[in-house]
Design a protein. Structure first.
Length: 448
């Protein structure tokens, strides 16, 4: 009885139980809500947040100070640095908060210049929490900003400013932002990022932004030689962007046609669509890579749905003229490789969660579907040999799948009949609750 009363007291819920987590404390307490997890995936995602901010600067026209050079550096002390030559974070007074704007960005969730179209037409960093989250989950963070002719610095340790915003020295016409920080090992289970994923992210950003140069430098990986230590460094830059990307991943699978590319701007929604696609011969599934404002959408979204719908509808319409009916979407998309890259304005964009893994903007479906339908219709009618090959392959895939299904049903039916012939009397469930008294009798030969 005493234990029962104690348990009831533990479950008591009163006014004294209500807590309010202030500032960065809430982020540290629920880091998974902002970064997805506290393991290496969450650590990497924090780096993506800072990297994406720099890539957003690359999507700004160079005429307005956009970036074309981004560096990601892994330092020997475990700290991580991302530097760009964009416009530089604002450092002036924020009249609403009565503090500098860079302090607001470091300490105030949902703050930034991406909630309207005045500073960024499109951006991957939409929620205004990326820099704040990284600051909240770091032992220390130092920001260096070049703008308005001067270099400014500010440093934070354990969520407190230890070196206030300072105008250090003139920097001429140079502009840009550098964020260097040490991830907090009290928050993350590891503070060693997955380097391969970082390089893949940078490589994708270079492919999606023609003319942008990204450099990955790793001071934690040194090759010792007799003469000197050589730092591992890789540079990513591409003139033909997404076309080169698809050529790179499709070539081993033998493309069945030239790579198709189409770019459209929809005036009504403001969505810019860039599609690059090709069918290959040696791939039994599809491989569709989706991006919104430069951010990878691993779980797809409305733009992928629109793309697939256009492929199915366009092929079915073409095949119906040849008296081929009921083509299955999966069979049509067999061997399809594509990069679906769209830019969506801030006022209509909907990305699920801080990890932005899925696009929810409804307008994107109809826009992408229309663009793909137009492009694919032209391809099918201008290359009938290719079109007929895909249709014939889809028909054969359907027949093969149906044969496999019938065979599977036959095997299941045979197994069911065999089970009926097994006497239930030969293997009985034990009776009684005391398993110590259960016995198994093994007998040689046929028994009655």
């Amino acid at each position: 009885m005493a234990e029962e009363i104690h348990n009831k007291q533990q479950l008591n819920y009163g006014d004294e139980d209500i807590q309010v987590l202030e500032g960065l404390e809430a982020i540290r307490k629920r880091v998974g809500m902002y970064l997805g997890s506290s393991d290496v995936n969450g650590l990497n995602h924090g780096i993506y947040e800072i990297l994406d901010n720099s890539v957003d600067e690359a999507m700004v026209d160079l005429e307005y100070g956009g970036a074309d050079d981004i560096h990601l550096i892994l330092h020997e002390d475990g700290s991580i640095e991302v530097t760009d030559n964009g416009r530089g974070l604002p450092v002036g007074l924020n009249k609403t908060k009565n503090k500098s704007n860079i302090e607001v960005l470091l300490f105030e969730p949902h703050s930034g210049g991406k909630f309207n179209n005045s500073a960024y037409k499109t951006a991957g960093g939409l929620h205004g929490v990326g820099l704040t989250v990284v600051n909240a989950t770091s032992r220390w963070l130092e920001a260096r900003v070049k703008r308005d002719g001067y270099l400014y610095t500010i440093k934070v340790e354990d969520g407190k400013i230890v070196e206030p915003l300072t105008k250090v020295e003139p920097c001429g016409e140079e502009t840009g932002t550098s964020i260097r920080y040490l991830p907090d090992d009290r928050v993350f289970s590891t503070i060693k990022p997955n380097k391969d994923r970082l390089k893949e992210r940078m490589n994708q950003a270079a492919y999606l932004n023609s003319g942008l140069t990204l450099t990955f430098t790793d001071f934690t990986h040194k090759k010792h030689t007799e003469e000197e230590d050589e730092t591992l460094s890789e540079v990513y830059t591409y003139e033909n962007g997404a076309i080169e990307y698809l050529e790179h991943i499709a070539q081993p699978y033998q493309p069945l046609s030239d790579i198709q590319t189409v770019t459209r701007y929809d005036e009504e929604s403001g969505i810019e669509t860039n599609l690059v696609y090709v069918w290959v011969d040696n791939l039994t599934t599809s491989n569709l890579l989706a991006f919104t404002n430069g951010v990878r959408n691993n779980e797809g979204g409305t733009h992928v749905t629109g793309f697939k719908s256009a492929v199915t509808r366009t092929f079915r319409e073409y095949a119906s003229d040849k008296d081929v009916k009921h083509l299955d979407p999966g069979d049509i998309q067999e061997g399809l490789m594509a990069i679906i890259n769209i830019k969506v304005p801030e006022d209509i964009i909907e990305l699920e969660g801080q990890t932005k893994s899925k696009l929810g903007t409804q307008q994107a479906r109809s826009v992408v579907e229309g663009v793909m339908n137009e492009s694919l219709t032209y391809l099918l009618h201008s290359n009938k040999e290719f079109a007929d090959y895909i249709i014939n392959r889809a028909v054969e895939s359907k027949k093969l799948r149906e044969r496999m299904r019938r065979e599977k049903d036959r095997v299941k039916k045979n197994n069911k009949n065999k089970n009926k012939n097994i006497s239930n009397k030969k293997l009985l469930e034990p009776s009684g609750n005391d398993h110590k008294n259960w016995e198994l009798f093994l007998c040689e030969g046929k028994t009655n």
